[in-house]
Design a protein around this ligand. Structure first.
Ligand code: GCO
Ligand code: MG
Length: 402
């Protein structure tokens, strides 16, 4: 089954998405997400200039071979642009394989290991009252797990607190806006928030928090310790993870579980974190970590070391990525949690999909392949708009992790 065409579709139904569509001689086609937030056009160029010409004429059924061909063949290994491009090809080929087999992709991955995929939503608000009503809103929708982000007194803006409630969107300007950060103010404030939230919602609701790489290991250790009484499901991205051994220090001081991985591209980014059992959840994704093929390799390694999956699922990962993630989530033994930020109605219209939310779970649906498509006519109504993620500075002007 030869590949006869592959094209890259860029659309902005509220935010930018890059989609690869691969067509075969039999008429069966597949889709893959290739969105890299704020750097979309780099992946578009990598795909159109370098990958698409190499795909034409190849056998679409040889997923592993094509993965190795693109990874080893490029010579220049890893990196977000390369691995997002490879992910898009890999995802589209799994979609094709499922359609050809007449089976949802999760059946090809071993079948269901659970009934539904537990997801968490994002409650975020500048102040405490707003936060409580956001959390209640998610609980009313049936969510069993909620990530909590809030404003910090004395800071004019904070990561995770958006203008639009349900549809959190940080890439909000053509050129980066700037945020101001104070670790001291943050560390003093956050435990008081979790104390009140736990008191209000009781022990059953799973609570999560995203630190967004802003602390040093010893600061993260202090935060983890101070949050222990409030029983967090995880503390996410406590420090930048380039220095994997840095997590040892956090681990030595706190039993608050640790999640990391949304910016990881390959198994090498988390090899030490996993094998030394320095984390509890690995949050790599289909779209940024080399597709279904490579993400499964990461999750299989993690399973040996008591590490569970917790895939990134922010709004900048398209419904194509979400569909692919759900087929993986439902079939692996060591699934933990799946992030699920809802897409806007415009996005859902451009990407019709079979997955659905019910009672706190997502279900991948039973359509052959991934069960997601792109409506190219509708996609064409929303042209690309440059959008960047913000930059973060300390109060003295020093650039800090965002
Ligand atoms: C998350 C993430 C997002 C990212 C965004 C960047 O946990 O969902 O941290 O909010 O900031 O996906 O593109
Ligand atoms: Mg995050």
């Amino acid at each position: 089954m030869r590949i006869i065409d592959a094209r890259v579709i860029v659309s902005c139904p509220g935010r930018n998405f890059v989609t690869l569509k691969i067509e075969t001689e039999s008429g069966v086609y597949g889709v893959g997400d290739a969105t890299l937030n704020g750097r979309e056009m780099a992946v578009v160029s990598y795909l159109t200039e370098h990958v698409v010409p190499q795909l034409i004429g190849r056998d679409a059924s040889r997923i592993s071979d094509l993965w190795e061909y693109l990874y080893k063949g490029a010579y220049w290994r890893r990196g977000p642009v390369t691995m997002t491009a490879i992910a898009a090809v890999d995802t589209a080929l799994w979609d094709i394989k499922g359609k050809v087999a007449g089976l949802p992709v999760y059946q090809l991955l071993g079948g269901r290991a659970r009934d539904g995929v537990t997801v968490y939503g994002h409650a975020n608000a500048a102040g405490f009252d707003g936060l409580l009503s956001e959390i209640s809103g998610y609980a009313d929708l049936g969510y069993r797990a909620v990530r909590i982000q809030t404003g910090i007194p004395g800071l004019s803006s904070t990561y995770g607190v958006s203008k639009d409630r349900m549809f959190y969107e940080p890439a909000d300007a053509a050129l980066p806006t700037e945020n101001v950060w104070s670790t001291a103010r943050y560390l003093n404030h956050i435990p008081t928030v979790f104390q009140q939230v736990r008191a209000e919602f009781g022990p059953d609701l799973k609570l999560l928090h995203d630190v967004h790489h802003r602390l040093t290991p010893i600061e993260a250790a202090r935060l983890g310790k101070s949050l222990e009484p409030y029983d967090l499901t995880w503390m996410e991205d406590p420090v930048p993870a380039e220095l994997q051994e840095g997590f040892r220090l956090i681990r030595q001081h706190t039993t608050t579980p640790i999640a990391v991985g949304e910016v990881f591209n390959t198994i090498w980014d988390c090899q030490q974190l996993i094998t030394e059992q320095l984390i509890d959840y690995i949050r790599a994704t289909v779209v940024h970590a080399g597709g279904i093929t490579h993400l499964r390799r990461i999750f299989d390694l993690a399973a040996l070391y008591h590490v569970r999956s917790g895939s990134h699922g922010a709004t900048d990962l398209s419904p194509v990525c979400m569909a692919a993630a759900l087929h993986v989530d439902v079939s692996i033994p060591n699934f933990g949690l799946q992030e699920y930020m809802r897409h806007t109605p415009e996005t859902d219209e451009v990407f019709p999909h079979a997955y659905h939310f019910e009672d706190g779970y997502l279900f991948p649906g039973e359509e052959p392949g991934l069960g997601v498509d792109i409506d190219e006519e509708k996609a064409a109504r929303y042209p690309y708009r440059p959008a960047s993620l913000p930059v973060n500075r300390l109060e003295d002007g020093t650039v800090h992790s965002w």
